[in-house]
Design a protein around this ligand. Structure first.
Ligand code: HXC
Ligand code: NAP
Length: 272
């Protein structure tokens, strides 16, 4: 996929969890469309190897160590964007944690850790970047990551499902509160995206890869670039009248009933 370099020219984007998986895919696409990047997460080695990859692609990118559960570290990351680039126009709250455990066996701390990273971390990013996004000469963009599983019920992932539902609600409120400040706020709801930690933990490690693949009308897992393309749309002027949306990018999975584990026998030929 090639982008016109001017779609995001001059913009500065902060991406949490930008060192791996979907976050790194979004970083590559925003950079290809002309944005300058600041990647933020806990693991500096991972961020450095992402930076190397991005710079080989011609991106202007920097990193900052940041645990999104700590408000002062999120504030510092926002400040760092200003110090390095002089502005902040786009924030992608992508960082998340998840693991499979039935609710009846989930420790209170296991619940808390996912709510803290996903939901509280997303709010912290929004709260800390509000003034900078309001000041953006392009109009600020705040993008968070949800999932269609949030509103279906998500056996094994009660914590992540509740956190993602909370994120969807938060973004709807922010889009209403911040629209007059020129800030557009949206979520992307990815389906199962291949070659990611999410799919490894939730499907492959659970022996559910074939079942999951069989539930997707388009017949394959998505790619990180599929989510990244949606991010470019929402962050660029192509999406200038879109705010408060949850853009589903899932190969049709949520329309198939099978995302709840049910596939009518013989409806589709197994693809894996
Ligand atoms: C049960 C678990 C557990 C598991 C951790 N815990 N893993 N409980 N089953 N597999 C419990 C611990 O026992 C502890 O509770 C509490 O959770 C906190 O664990 P820590 O290891 O101390 O937390 P921490 O070091 O802060 O690490 C956070 C993490 C970790 C979320 C647990 O997995 C992580 O850093 N994840 C980031 C990467 C990630 O998850 N990527 C996938 C994103 S995919 P106790 O009671 O013992 O103290 C996604 C959606 C995918 O979000 C969508 C579908 C494909
Ligand atoms: P991933 O590679 O594990 O990405 C998660 C990122 O979050 C990592 O880069 C991690 O970096 C960072 N992170 C975790 N905890 C953090 C914290 N406390 N502070 C700062 N950064 C933290 O997984 P992924 O599958 O690409 O998931 C990316 C996003 O897509 C998540 O929001 C996920 O919920 C969503 N999603 C994924 C899928 C899928 O199919 N993969 C489907 C639906 C939704 P560090 O370890 O360096 O901190």
């Amino acid at each position: 996929m090639t982008y016109t370099k001017d779609a995001l020219a001059g913009r500065v984007a902060l991406i949490t969890g930008g060192g791996s998986g979907i976050g790194l895919g979004i970083a590559k696409a925003l950079a290809a469309a002309g944005a300058k990047l600041l990647l933020a997460s806990r693991n500096v080695e991972r961020l450095d190897s992402a930076l190397e990859e991005l710079r080989c692609l011609g991106a202007e990118a920097a990193r900052v160590k940041c645990d999104v559960r700590k408000y002062e570290e999120v504030e510092a990351a926002v400040k760092t964007a200003g110090e390095i680039y002089g502005s902040l126009d786009i924030v992608v709250a992508n960082a998340a944690g998840n693991f499979v455990v039935p609710a009846a066996e989930m420790s209170p701390n296991a619940w808390k850790v996912v709510i803290d990273i996903d939901l509280n971390g997303t709010f912290f990013c929004a709260r800390a970047s509000y003034e900078a996004l309001k000041a953006s000469r392009f109009g600020g963009r705040f993008l968070a990551i949800s999932t269609t599983r949030a509103l279906e019920g998500w056996p094994g992932c009660a914590h992540a499902g509740a956190a993602k539902a909370g994120i969807m609600s938060l973004i709807r409120t922010l889009s209403a509160e911040w629209g007059r400040d020129g800030i557009r706020c949206n979520t992307i709801a990815p389906g199962a995206i291949g070659d990611t930690e999410g799919v490894r933990r939730i499907y492959e490690d659970q022996g559910r890869k074939a079942l999951e693949l069989g539930s997707i009308p388009l017949g394959k897992f998505g790619q990180t670039s599929d989510i990244a393309n949606a991010a470019v749309f929402l962050c660029s002027d192509a999406g200038q009248y879109v705010t408060g949306a949850d853009l589903v990018v899932d190969g049709g999975r949520n329309r198939s009933r099978a995302s709840t584990g049910y596939v009518p026998e013989g409806l589709w030929k197994e693809t894996a």
